[in-house]
Design a protein around this ligand. Sequence first.
Ligand SMILES: Nc1ncnc2c1ncn2[C@@H]1O[C@H](COP(=O)(O)OP(=O)(O)OP(=O)(O)O)[C@@H](O)[C@H]1O
Ligand SMILES: CC(C)(CO)[C@@H](O)C(=O)[O-]
Ligand code: BAL
Length: 357
Amino acid sequence: MSRRVFQQFTGHKSKTFASVLTVANLRSLRRDALFAKQSVGFVPTMGALHEGHLALIRQAAKENDQVYVSIYVNPTQFGKNEDLSSYPRTWPADEIKLQALSNEFSTNSRFGQITAVFMPSTEEMYPSAPPTSEIDGQGSFVTITPLSTRLEGTSRPVFFRGVATVCMKLLNIVQPEKVYFGQKDIQQTFVIKRMVQDFHIDTEVRVGSTVREPDGLAMSSRNVYLGKRRRKVALVLLDSFKEVQQVFARGARQRKYLYNAAMDKLLMVQKQQKALPKHQRALFEVDYLSIADPDTLDELEVVTAEKGAILSGAIKMLPVEDPHEGEDTGLGGGTTTVRLIDNIRLDLLSAKVGYIP
Ligand SMILES: Nc1ncnc2c1ncn2[C@@H]1O[C@H](COP(=O)(O)OP(=O)(O)OP(=O)(O)O)[C@@H](O)[C@H]1O
Ligand SMILES: CC(C)(CO)[C@@H](O)C(=O)[O-]
Ligand code: BAL
């Protein structure tokens, strides 16, 4: 929807943001901001915007004069058999959400303005060579090891190389005072912080809390693939974290007790689902469960009450079996495996009241 049509549709007088396609144009805007002594906060995304993204943009607008958002589905972070081609691309809906936010900010002097939405082409982002997703592919890459090789990196071996590479490019282009990432992708925040530190990038990394659906499921652009049946079972990962919170609140500190509390829950629900007829069940596989140091993301053998831990994991919701006529199987008809990640901060205070931080 064009901006004019949007205004007619909503009756709002919109504050305009520039949709920027090239590095040169983005840099020119950035120079204007610098000369005007306006601070810039930057929110990188892959689009298909939801409340998680909007919360990061709100945080950026509270802390900066100007907000730049990027929408770019970065090919190098997708493995060869991952969902690059089917990743949701929803620009008209994204534009409406950004415009609504922009209007909200323009009526409140405590908020900065969304100034630019950067939507580069792949030729613009990878100027000298076509991007590759091969593990041993050639190209100009940023690798942050060993952090990138564990947890998410085990299942997605090129993922963090792609993320670090594209974020390095984006940070070089935007040069924001602050850059915003979501806690939902916790390992990504560690990789980016390490990159910023090790390459002396002049920006502050800010991490926004995970935004959840009313029942607790972490919002994710990929949730649209789930459909009703898998959506119900998808909560099992968070439920397994709640089991860990309970045993931690009761005094368990050793990894094996904490780990087993989560795993028992996951295996129990898996068994229940397997026992159901094919047309009713939603099967899933556990990819990993991690209980890690909140400062380093190294796995912990013992979790102390003082320090706590980051509890994270990933499950794969397998394709919907025997869908019945008219069943809501989600975008893609239930044929795709949907990989879900989540994490919580495990600490005594929140464990005692079962709060999900
Ligand atoms: N539920 C959420 N709460 C807070 N931040 C989020 C949430 N979901 C995503 N983000 C953050 O938004 C930024 C852009 O993420 P991205 O565009 O990949 O969306 P996504 O929902 O994570 O999609 P995906 O399905 O690929 O996981 C990242 O910093 C990510 O951590
Ligand atoms: C940070 C990011 C935009 C890089 O492509 C992506 O990994 C994401 O959306 O989390
Ligand atoms: N939110 C992380 C982007 C990805 O899963 O590819």
